[in-house]
Ligand binder design. Structure first.
Ligand code: MRU
Ligand code: ZN
Length: 226
């Protein structure tokens, strides 16, 4: 029980930090932290809450299928299946999902390519990539209304590439995860920095793009993305 209380506090502190960044507009977003590996048990945000507020009812314990454990009137996040899928397929202990203007814009701009890749940025080192020409890539998937399908899509991408650091859902948001809560937050902050930098660069240098979504100079000349 002490362990659950500790995890609760860790997740609540992360939620507060992300809320301070205004990354939970309109009750959006969901977070989770693994409490037990086998059988999989995790704390996840209750659905529809104002994630800017810190209350006794922010999280509930769920099992490997996202079903509530114990007696509770709380409903798990609508996207709990995505969290369960990530825990099943990776060594993650924390999953974070936020909707931001920047992640929505990037997901729309590069949706047709199915992914966006960034290079030439110091912050790529946050992903453990230390080479000078290192790059970080994130897939973009459709925003399926069928949440089971959405979870399965996460599963199949993770099967293809277990080293993924995050997934963008088109015009919806990003989900990141990490071996520790700090790692999940680091990846989220690094992705959001790259998204924001890239959007601002495109606005400042519109001449670098023949038209919105096209790089006139070819894929290697712009250092912020490829
Ligand atoms: C209120 S819009 C956002 C939701 O549809 C959903 O995408 C989301 O992120 C939050 O859902 P929730 O069930 O509160 O975890
Ligand atoms: Zn969402």
């Amino acid at each position: 029980m002490i362990e659950v209380a500790k995890k609760w506090r860790t997740l609540a502190d992360i939620k507060d930090e992300l809320a301070a960044r205004d990354w939970f507009p309109g009750t959006s977003g969901n977070l989770s932290i693994r409490v037990r590996e086998d059988p999989l048990t995790f704390l996840v945000t209750a659905s529809g809450k104002d994630k800017r507020k810190r209350t006794e009812e922010d999280f509930l314990l769920v099992d490997q299928d996202g079903n509530p454990l114990g007696n509770t009137h709380l409903k798990a996040s609508a996207e709990v299946g995505i969290h369960a899928e990530i825990y099943r397929r990776t060594g993650a202990t924390c999953c974070l999902h936020v909707h931001t203007l920047d992640n929505n814009l990037i997901s729309e701009l590069y949706a047709s390519e199915g992914r966006v890749t960034f290079c030439g940025q110091e912050l790529i080192k946050a992903f453990g990539i230390w080479e000078e020409d290192g790059e970080i890539s994130i897939p973009i998937i459709p925003n399926y209304a069928d949440l089971d399908l959405l979870s399965k899509e996460f599963g199949s991408l993770l099967l293809q590439d277990p080293l993924l650091k995050g997934i963008l859902i088109r015009n919806h948001g990003i989900t990141t995860w990490g071996a520790t809560p700090l790692e999940a937050k680091k990846y989220l902050e690094a992705f959001e920095f790259l998204f924001s930098y890239h959007i601002k660069l495109r606005l400042l240098q519109p001449n670098l793009y023949a038209k919105w979504g096209e790089d006139v100079h070819g894929t290697n000349t712009i250092s912020s993305y490829r």
